[in-house]
Write a protein that binds this ligand. Structure first.
Ligand code: SF4
Ligand code: MG
Length: 336
């Protein structure tokens, strides 16, 4: 299948008073056309930095790509100028974030804001842009779109505003939508509606989605593939079926146990992995997860684990699987 996005050995970071701090370390990911890749991890894992690096927005946050490549439909994004990136952002890659209110301009109606996006990216203007803005509001499931188009963001609920943000993103007909925690600020019912909407739009439009989330439940709903990130590295990657049926890395297993009702989760009480994610400036030696890992061995404190194939299009970086071939005895059992 056609790869829309291929990230190879991406190291991105920030200059600080104490030198360079790497927020991602040799991250490799790929996303096929029309599919969804979920990057899952706690806050501070480097998942947002990865998406900002892809969009070359990291520079505006004081960071930079230090190493590696970002290939988007055959084009190398890591070497493009910001002028070239302006054409790609919004035209070919759209991005939506957690807080829809901060993405919308409070002084313009939502219809105007969608029409503006159509004017910028599709050279539509006037009545034509307005009509299409209303159509887009309808497409994203906003009732009475003719009326809503004339309203300001503060007159709409958070869920409605996120639908408007999605409509603005769609106005450029993106090949790739990057969604960073798009439902985290919304209540559970609205969250499910927005996820449904993204799935429906993906089917209708055929766009690829890079979805960043801390929530394994969201990943289960949405993903074709899942990459689990911890402290700047991908610790496990595979198809959604492999990750849920045969979770292998101890961190992934911990994340899955935080889903209520999942085998191994403690009833309604949410399991949380003991300890906290390390500061990027003070990473533990060896495996970055070792201070929190229930299975840590001596080697884990000394050497960074290799990326090991577990077969079936599934990899994990963990010493537990070093000599166990493709069928590690101590892999998690997963869902039943
Ligand atoms: Fe745990 Fe060691 Fe595997 Fe790291 S390499 S996850 S510390 S068992
Ligand atoms: Mg984030």
């Amino acid at each position: 299948a056609e790869k829309v996005l291929e990230i190879k050995h991406l190291t991105a970071g920030f200059m600080t008073d104490n030198g360079i701090v790497k927020a991602t370390d040799r991250v490799s990911l790929h996303l096929e056309k029309g599919k969804t890749l979920c990057v899952v991890g706690e806050s501070g894992s480097g998942k947002s930095v990865t998406s900002l690096a892809v969009m070359r927005l990291l520079e505006f946050a004081g960071g930079a790509i230090l190493e590696g490549s970002v290939n988007f439909k055959g084009e190398e994004l890591s070497v493009k100028s910001q002028d070239e990136m302006i054409h790609i952002r919004g035209n070919k890659i759209a991005m939506i974030f957690q807080d829809p209110m901060s993405a919308l301009n409070p002084v313009f109606t939502v219809g105007d804001q969608i029409a503006e996006s159509l004017r910028l990216h599709q050279n539509k203007s006037g009545a034509e842009a307005w009509k299409e803005a209303v159509d887009l509001l309808r497409l994203v499931g906003i009732p009475a779109p003719e009326v809503r188009a004339k309203q300001y963001p503060h007159e709409l609920s958070g869920g409605m505003c996120q639908r408007v943000v999605i409509a603005i993103a769609l106005a450029c007909k993106p090949d790739l939508l990057i969604a960073d925690e798009p439902t985290t600020a919304l209540d559970v019912t609205v969250q499910a509606q927005i996820l449904d909407l993204l799935r429906r739009l993906q089917n209708e439009i055929g766009m690829s989605i890079l979805l960043i989330t801390h929530d394994m439940g969201v990943a289960a709903e949405m993903a074709d593939r899942i990459a689990v990130m911890y402290a700047g590295v991908i610790v496990e990657e595979g198809t959604v079926a492999e990750i849920f049926d045969h979770p292998s890395h101890p961190y992934t297993i911990g994340l899955l146990q935080s889903i209520p009702g999942f085998e191994g989760s403690r009833g309604e009480e949410l399991f949380t992995i003991k300890g906290t994610i390390p500061a990027l400036s003070q990473l533990p030696s060896g495996c970055r997860f070792h201070p929190r890992c229930p299975h840590a061995m001596a080697v884990c404190q000394e050497q960074e684990p290799e990326n090991i194939s577990l077969g079936d299009d599934h990899t994990a970086s963990c010493w537990l699987f070093k000599d166990s071939g493709n069928m590690p005895a101590n892999r998690g059992q997963g869902r039943t």
